[in-house]
Each structure stands twice: as C-alpha cells, then as structure tokens.
Design a protein around this ligand. Sequence first.
Ligand code: GLN
Length: 541
Amino acid sequence: MTHFIFVTGGVVSSLGKGIAAASLGAILEARGLKVTMMKLDPYINVDPGTMSPFQHGEVFVTDDGAETDLDLGHYERFIRMTASRRNSVSAGRVYKTVIERERAGEYHGNTVQVIPHITNEIKDRIYGVAQGADIALIEIGGTVGDIESLPFLEAIRQIRTEVGPRRSLFMHLTLVPFLRASGELKTKPTQHSVKELRSIGIQPDILICRTEEPIPQEECRKIALFTSVVEEAVISCVDSDSIYKIPGILHSQGLDRIVLEHFNMQAKEADLSEWDQVLENITSADKVANVMIVGKYTELTDTYKSINEALFHAGIQTKTEIKLHYVEASSLETMDDTALAATFAGMDAVLIPGGFGERGIEGKIRAIQYIREHKIPFLGLCLGMQLAVVEYARNVLGLTGANTSEVDPTVAYPVIQMLDPQRDKETDEFRGYMTVGAQPSTVLKDTKVFAAYGRTDVSERHRHRYGVNLDYADQLQDGNLIISGRTNDRNLIEFIELKEHPWFVGTQAHPEFKSTPRDGHPLFIAFINAANAQKAARTEA
Ligand code: GLN
C-alpha cells in the first residue's frame, strides 16, 4: 500500500525543496523501502524544454525522452530511481490534456472546471506514479500563496481525504531567517506561511526550517505552538557546504522515524553507509583539480547543474577536490594566444557543455583549438563535441570555414548537420523536432572511451537536433581523430577522441544526466583522472 508524502514550500522560492525531498527519499530507501518521487510544477509551459536557461536553469532529460525540471536530477542522484515523463508534470501539461479531452467531447457537454476536472487530472497522475511504491514523495513547485499552485494544493488536500491521514503526510519547507542587525532568528515568516497553507485546508505534519544558524529548542517550541506541529517534527536544516550531507542531517533529527511513526509503518534501521562513504571521500580528498567550463550562462550555475554535479561526483570517486572555473565563451573570440594562455593557465582540464544557437560558438572553437594544441584534457558534451569536430575539420583537415549548419545553413563544409527529421519521434511546431532520451550505442575497443566505460554497450541520454554529417566520417578519421562509438539504431556518431592527446573526448550525448554521487560516471571519472595526471606531470616539470 502506497503512502504519500507531499512536500510544499513557503516564504521564498529556492529553499532547496527538491534536495530536502530527495534526501528524505534517500533515507527512506536506506531503510529498505521502495520510494518514488514526482515533481508538480505550476507554470503553464507544457514542459521546460522551451524555457530559457536564464529563467529555468537546466532542462533535465529522462531515459524516455522527457524534458523536465532539474529537480528530477536531484531525485535520480539521491535515490536509485529512473525517472520518466510521468515523474514531472506541469500545470501546462495538465491543462493541455484536459483541453484536448474537452475538444474530443469526452466531457459530454459538462462545464469543464478547475475543480474537479483539473484537480482530477492531477490526482490521476499522482496515483499513477505512486503505484507499486511503498512511499511516493510528491513535490509541489512554487511557493504557497502563489495563485498558480492552488489546483495542485487542492488536489493533494483531496488525496489526504481520500487515503486518510495515516497514508498521507504534509511536509512543509520554510525559511527561518537570521537578522544580522539584531542577531535574531525570526519565526514569523514560518508562522505566516503555515497560516496560508491552513487557509486552504492543509495542516502540515512536519516542518523543515531552512536556516543559517541552528534553531534553539525554545524557538522550535514556539514554531510548534503557533503551527500546531508537534515539537519534534520541527526540523532545522542548517545551510550545508555539501548537499550530500542533507540525508545525514535530517536523519540525525529523526525525520525518517517521525515519518514511519506517522504512517505506522515498520522498516529496518537506515543504512546510510554509502552516504557516509560519499562524505568520507569528500573530506579525505588528497588532490585538487581545476576544471574550466567554457559556457554561455556562466553567471548561472543552475544551467549546468548536472555537469557540475557529475564533476563533483567524479571528484568523490577519485578523492579529488574539484574547483570549477567558468568562462564566458564569447569573451574568448577576440583573444590572442597570450590572452588564451593566461585564461587557461593553471587549468587541469576543460569542459565544453551543450548549448543551442550561435552565441559563443566561435569562442568555444577558439578554446578547443588551444586545448587540442596545448594538450589539456578535454571533454566536449553535445554541442561541445560538435564544435570539436568543426575545429578539427577547419584547422587540421583544412576544410576552411567548416561549421555546423545550426550556425550557417549554407556553409560549404557542413560537418555538423541537421539530423533527418523523418527519423525523429518528437515533433512540434515551434521546435521542429528534437532527438531526446536514451540511445544505446556501441563503443570501439582500444579507445579512451572504452577504457573509461570498460564495456562496449553503453546507453546515454540525448537532446539535440544536429549531429556529425556522416558524409565526412571517412575524412574525419585521419588516424588521429577516432570515431570511438556510434548509436546502434541510427548510426549517429556518439563518441570521438584524439589519439595524440592525453585525453580529448567528445560525445553527442549528455552523460552528466546519469552520474550519481555514490557511483560517479565512467566518462567524468576518466576525465578527472586525466586532469589529475596532467597536474602531476605539470608539477613534476
Ligand atoms: N544545438 C545542438 C543541437 O541541437 C547541440 C544541442 C546540445 O548541446 N544539447 O544539436
């Protein structure tokens, strides 16, 4: 029988609801329970696929090709689940379904309303995802008090009535700010946020209070009194230097015990040894690697969330402290070699992430040339790999002006070209089509990519419209550049690498989406190993 934990947030956004929810998921999983997670987002976009990274951060991609909220990334990093499109639902998606049904006459002439039609659709989706799980953690995006969250809050209120209080639990995240001037922690915003929640019929069972300073017991008692939450269920979550400490922080305050007591559920004690190992590796790191990311949204690290995390995970697996440095790609465009040398000085490895559109392209190509010639370990992801091919075509193969047809559809040497739309599943008016989701591929033996994965059959997630033009495949493989893997069904070039280089690998895929703190990801681990080797060699010299 599934038990539901609904996670809401109050006072301000960006409280780390996703991380708190996922951390609770991790502890419950460590108690041997089967956990699933779901994110409900109040925005009207059907999915975040078309939203600007400036506004929404990263678009996380699932195996089954859904473009989702980045919180799904946290879920997959914290618990052993493979998310699907069913685990991420926006208001836009819900409305779209209901409106399509209305147009198809399925409501038989009834007036279609938020309650019950929208709320029923939300509830159906929640019940659907929860099937088969002991615990379903359902996170509601946005902040309590927002107009657009109301249908979601109403739906979970109804579920409480339907399944009863012993099979449902409301966990609310709030902020307890510290006022530096008066040196005080303030509980009033929490009181107001809970008041708001109660006005729509939801009484929280647990409060997670985000705070800079530990909350004294007396203040917890006060919060408990004002909010009618039992005192031990007022949990403080003090800012932490690593998100992977949160499961331990919440467990030490008995959060999982409180949850199980609420559900009257039995489970073994939490075995957090894998998480302890993660933290142990972080604190015992004996190396430092400086990794540069040449990107377009360098002031907003949420845009590269999964990449940053995958690098940190590789650091955890190799006991390396990762220092990230971001540089704006367009700033490299006009740099001469001296300026480039200064930019890359002290860098042990460089990563070029995925991206769309023309901005920053020439700067990235310039960076790749420098990295290739100066033998700095390099990992190119999606667009990063495509531009490595462009750079090689231009500067090594002499195909002057070679480019991706994303930038110039009439270019003389389109070494990267749009994939055949006929072969792609997902089509819509605005985006045209996009290849999204997992693609199995085969890796060539005796390559750096094979050495990293230790196997020939791999599967990584994709999100792109362009790919290496197969007409140039023979020309590209000049003996130094190696096509080290292709997808099984489409013959898409999945991996490239350079032979005469310490570690220069590009992939059409987004391996960052499959990295976890407990396991890392083979390509990122190999990349950081190469960075460490580079640094050791440099130090010796
Ligand atoms: N813009 C490129 C394409 O569509 C790369 C996409 C990406 O990096 N995710 O193929």
